[in-house]
Design a protein around this ligand. Structure first.
Ligand code: NAD
Length: 505
């Protein structure tokens, strides 16, 4: 098995165009969660090579910012084409390195393709407003200009999609990108860079340093964060990381997009279609082995339907297939590493101590001892306390009974994170209240679907400890540009705003 999986990684990397010297003989070991074994050893960047990459990007920006946006879009169109051609191999590498089941590995690459399509269209838009001036013979307008170098820091669980959400928009907006992927998933980053380089070669006349990847740990991320030459830091990861990165960027008046942890909840109302809710909750809570930022972690079920729904959910938890995603049709793959499994067990112990009844959660032996598979856990909790208030990045769903429609929204919002939320109801009052200003306080609020699996067309991100950033669709592109307000006087006099008089001879 050991050789087979490493050999599989090598042949995927080879087909994806990654030269072997990038991942053989280096100091950063890359492991597959599927067996826990080492599959490659990557060369890492130093602080000096990080500075050099930022300088190359800064120089590249001087040229790229003046390339017409639709032409910049052509590069992203070619990137989308290359991703389509590489979809199967890159999806398989995502599965191998992040442990995702095959359809989720492929789904991640599809998201990359979707954002490229979106960004190509955007490259002919990037609209500014014209504004009515109070002065005769004057015109006011807004223009959106590129920002500069965009530093992308990404998490292990969406090892390549997060880069593409940022890079596709940043590039059409006229920026250069320097990417520091998770040290847990560097191979997919090398593959994404190789795919980008193929698009670049077909594109032709692009400046050097347009899009680069840096391999390394938090110290390399910290160097990006500290650099005054990096105009925007887009950081995806834990709230712990965001609490360090956010203030550091703010200290130098840099811009940041923070996409941090979630503690997402669903509410099942008396009128809910329970069959639909069951499937949505099962995918939302157990999919990707609970390792999505949008994973459903809390569930409030109305007392009138509690007994009709929760025993069925417990049954689904007991029967869901857990297994090696390369060898089976399992729906739940491995946890990323031992630390994730330990964190899960710590949370379950705390839940028991707080009066919770735990179903599942035990280790499932699949392959060598270095792999960490767990049966997803459902925990019936008497109230929202202890571990329920925190994100544990593992498949644990805390289920609580509620009776009052107003009180449940208060409880729903009473956690630090504010990423995704959903309500299951056929009652228009309940739905509209949940979506209203007095409802969910999250960046994403869904009705009759789960908390995870967002589409590329909408702005993605969350409030409070999730960081407040927005990526992907809608007008998230504005985060990658600077706004300029201009007033043009085409008259032959000089009236001042607000009627101010300042006559000089
Ligand atoms: P993590 O915070 O451990 O690491 C994320 C990235 O930050 C890595 O590249 C890491 O090297 C870097 N980093 C860590 N400390 C840093 C520092 N001081 N300065 C600069 N960079 C630093 O997160 P993870 O374990 O890889 O991912 C899981 C977390 O990410 C979960 O909390 C999950 O909810 C969150 N996440 C959020 C989103 C979102 O869009 N909101 C998406 C995916 C994951």
């Amino acid at each position: 098995m050991s050789q087979t999986i490493a050999a599989r990684a090598t042949s995927l990397l080879d087909r994806l165009g990654v030269p072997a010297d990038a991942y053989v003989g280096g100091s950063l070991a890359s492991f597959t969660p599927i067996t826990g074994e080492e599959v490659a050893r990557l060369k890492v960047d130093s602080l000096a090579s990080t500075e050099a990459a930022i300088a190359r990007a800064r120089a590249g920006f001087e040229a790229w910012r003046t390339v017409p946006a639709p032409r910049r879009g052509e590069l992203v169109r070619l990137l989308g084409e290359e991703l389509r051609a590489a979809k199967d191999d890159l999806g398989a590498l995502v599965s191998l390195e992040a442990g995702k089941i095959p359809s989720e590995g492929l789904g991640e690459v599809q998201e990359m393709i979707d954002i490229c399509d979106f960004a190509v269209g955007l490259s002919r838009q990037l609209y500014g407003l014209t504004i009515a001036s109070e002065r005769p013979g004057h015109r006011m307008m807004e223009t959106w200009h590129p920002l500069g170098v965009v530093g992308v820091i990404s998490a292990f669980n969406f090892p390549v999609a997060v880069w593409s959400w940022n890079a596709a928009l940043a590039l059409v907006c006229g920026n250069c990108v320097v990417w520091k992927p998770s040290e847990k998933t560097p191979l997919t980053a090398l593959a994404a860079q190789a795919i980008f380089d193929r698009a670049l070669a077909r594109f032709g006349d692009a400046p050097a340093g347009l899009c680069q990847v840096l391999i390394g740990g938090p110290d390399i991320g910290a160097a990006l964060v500290a650099s005054h030459d990096v105009a925007l830091i887009s950081a995806t990861g834990s709230t712990r990381m965001g609490k360090i990165v956010g203030p550091k960027v703010a200290e130098r008046f840099g811009r940041s997009i923070l996409e941090l942890g979630g503690n997402n909840a669903g509410i099942v109302c008396p009128s809910a279609d329970l069959n639909m809710a069951l499937r949505a909750i099962a995918f939302g809570a157990m999919g990707t082995a609970g390792q999505r930022c949008t994973t459903m972690r809390r569930l409030f079920v109305h007392e009138a339907v509690y007994d009709a729904l929760v025993p069925r959910l417990i049954k689904a938890y007991a029967s869901v297939s857990v297994g090696n995603p390369l060898e089976s049709k399992a729906l739940v793959g491995p946890l990323v590493d031992r630390a994730a499994f330990d964190a899960m067990q710590t949370a379950l112990t705390a839940a028991r101590a707080a009066g919770g009844t735990v179903y599942g959660g035990e280790r499932v032996t699949i392959g060598p001892d270095t792999a960490f598979y767990a049966r997803p856990a459902l925990v019936e909790m008497p109230e929202q306390t202890g571990p329920v208030l925190e994100e544990t990045f593992a498949p644990i769903l805390y289920v609580m009974k509620y009776s009052d429609a107003t009180d449940v929204i208060r409880k729903h919002n009473a956690v630090g994170a504010g990423l995704s939320s959903s309500i299951f109801t056929l009652d228009v009052r309940e739905m509209e209240t949940f979506l209203s200003a007095a409802g969910s306080d999250c960046g994403i609020a869904n009705v009759n679907i789960g908390t995870s699996g967002a589409e590329i067309g909408g702005a993605f991100g969350g409030e409070k400890e999730t960081g407040g950033g927005r990526e992907s669709g809608s007008d998230a592109w504005k985060g990658y540009m600077r706004r300029q307000t201009s007033t043009v006087n085409y008259s032959s006099s000089l009236p001042l705003a607000q009627g101010v008089v300042f006559d000089i001879d």
